[in-house]
Design a binder for this molecule. Structure first.
Ligand code: SF4
Length: 454
């Protein structure tokens, strides 16, 4: 089918920051008059928003790109873009590898997509990877959900974790002003969004690059202050934030989360390893004892809070005993969910060139053992929901059972129940939980809460 409208397709790999960038770039393309095409083969502009964290994501990009590069030989006006972390890291080398590419752009350039595309349409091959000062977003993202939205609050990261490419590819920390964040949330509230996740690669660093110090010598703008500042945005019923760094997680922040009713009782705080020596080599800047103290404090304020995290196994030089310290931490804390990964060396990071790399067999054996423990513990943690009344924000239909809808509890557990999506989308429903599984729940709807925007 051919129409006069030009179409675009975006494939996104990786983290929530990438997904948020993709929504923003989709918004720009729609403002330019492009329409979304589900099928990349029908699109005139194809954008791969890439990730270097996982090796298979990087390999996938190259294979998708290879196919579209072939298509470009028959359809020369096809525009091919690689954005995100692979683009930032590879830069011009990508053009040498795939000469059919039109635009290679790092994550900091997402807001400049229109300008960069204009240069492409003028006949140039463009590489935009130099660090820039991110000017305030004036673009409107095209959001995939109509219920939940991400809002960037800080870009970049000043940490130097020895396994991570983020500081190389996303640049130094740059916080948005509280006013800009609040006004984006107000707009979301007006459009009917019910849940906002404030996003940053290291969100606890929020505000330390903004001017202003309190009389007690503390930064005037912190994540805690931001939560108080945006908490009463009309229409937004739930607020979450990610990703937290244990080094900067404060009791003041925990107290704010307990105090502010819209902030959900779910904390995603990556610990990466349960062993102090490994943590030191990762340059994470905390000990497992400190991590345990944070979780203890959270549970003192909010006994039912859900805790999730990220962990890496098989970091260079990790001994069996050190790995067992990770297992021990996982067992002791009782995580509701854990994203696990076997260490994989990322180009340009310090740990990638260390000589004490572990074999793939050892890494995959450890990953398997950790995943097994995680599933067992998550199943135990799920038991506490049995018979309970939980507030679920309905997001969508259950793709596997059209008679059911699905949403999340405040603690972020995926929950299914019988209902009509047309009636329930975006509603907060009290659900009596009747079935529990490791990572999801099923229940019966008891009461639908009408949300009145004030
Ligand atoms: S805190 Fe560490 S792991 Fe997280 S983005 Fe920054 S450098 Fe990477």
């Amino acid at each position: 089918m051919t129409t006069s409208r030009r179409h675009y397709h975006i494939t996104t790999f990786g983290c929530q920051m990438n997904k948020a960038d993709s929504e923003r770039m989709a918004g720009i393309l729609e403002d330019m008059g492009f329409e979304w095409s589900e099928d990349p083969n029908q699109a005139d502009v194809i954008l791969y928003n890439t990730c270097t964290i996982r090796d298979n994501a990087e390999q996938k990009v190259y294979s998708y790109l290879g196919r579209q590069a072939k298509r470009k030989h028959e359809q020369p006006d096809l525009t091919l873009i690689v954005a995100g972390c692979v683009a930032q890291q590879e830069g011009e080398a990508l053009l040498r590898r795939v000469p059919e590419l039109d635009l290679v752009m790092g994550p900091q350039h997402a807001n400049r997509l229109q300008d960069l595309l204009q240069q492409v349409f003028d006949g140039n091959q463009v590489v935009a990877t130099e660090p820039i000062h991110i000017i305030e977003d004036i673009t409107k993202p095209r959001r995939d959900s109509k219920v939940t939205a991400w809002v960037n609050v800080i870009y970049g990261c000043n940490e130097r974790c020895t396994y991570c490419v983020v500081p190389n590819v996303r640049g130094v920390e740059q916080s948005r002003t509280p006013e800009a964040i609040r006004s984006e949330m107000e707009e979301l509230g007006r459009q009917g969004y019910k849940e906002v996740t404030l996003l940053g690669q290291n969100i606890d660093a929020y505000g330390r690059d903004l001017p202003g110090v309190t009389p007690e010598g503390r930064h005037q703008h912190t994540l805690t202050d931001l939560l108080y500042y945006v908490h009463d945005v009309p229409g937004v019923e739930r607020i979450r934030f990610a990703t937290s760094h244990p080094r900067y997680f404060t009791e003041r922040l925990i107290r704010a989360c307990a105090e502010l009713p819209k902030v959900c009782e779910h904390f995603h705080i990556p610990f990466q390893s349960g062993d102090n020596e490994v943590l030191k080599r990762m340059a994470r800047g905390y000990t497992h004892e400190k991590y345990r103290r944070i979780i203890k404090t959270i549970r003192e304020y909010m006994p039912d809070a859900a805790i999730s995290a990220d962990a890496i196994v098989g970091f260079p030089g990790e001994t069996e005993e050190q790995f067992e310290n990770t297992l021990k931490l996982v067992e002791d804390i009782g995580f509701d969910q854990l994203n696990t990964a076997a260490y994989s060396p990322r180009p340009g990071t310090p740990a990638a060139v260390w000589e004490n790399q572990l074999s793939e067999e050892v890494k995959s054996d450890r990953l398997h053992r950790l995943n097994h423990l995680v599933a067992t513990i998550a199943a135990e943690r799920s038991q506490r929901y049995m018979g309970r009344l939980e507030e679920v924000l309905v997001e969508d239909q259950n793709p596997k059972d059209k008679t059911q809808v699905m949403g999340r509890t405040r603690t972020n557990r995926l929950t299914f129940f019988t209902g009509d999506i047309n009636e329930l989308k975006g509603k907060l429903v009290k659900v009596r939980i009747s079935e529990v599984r490791a990572f999801s729940l099923t229940g019966e709807p008891v009461e639908v809460r009408e949300v009145v925007s004030v």
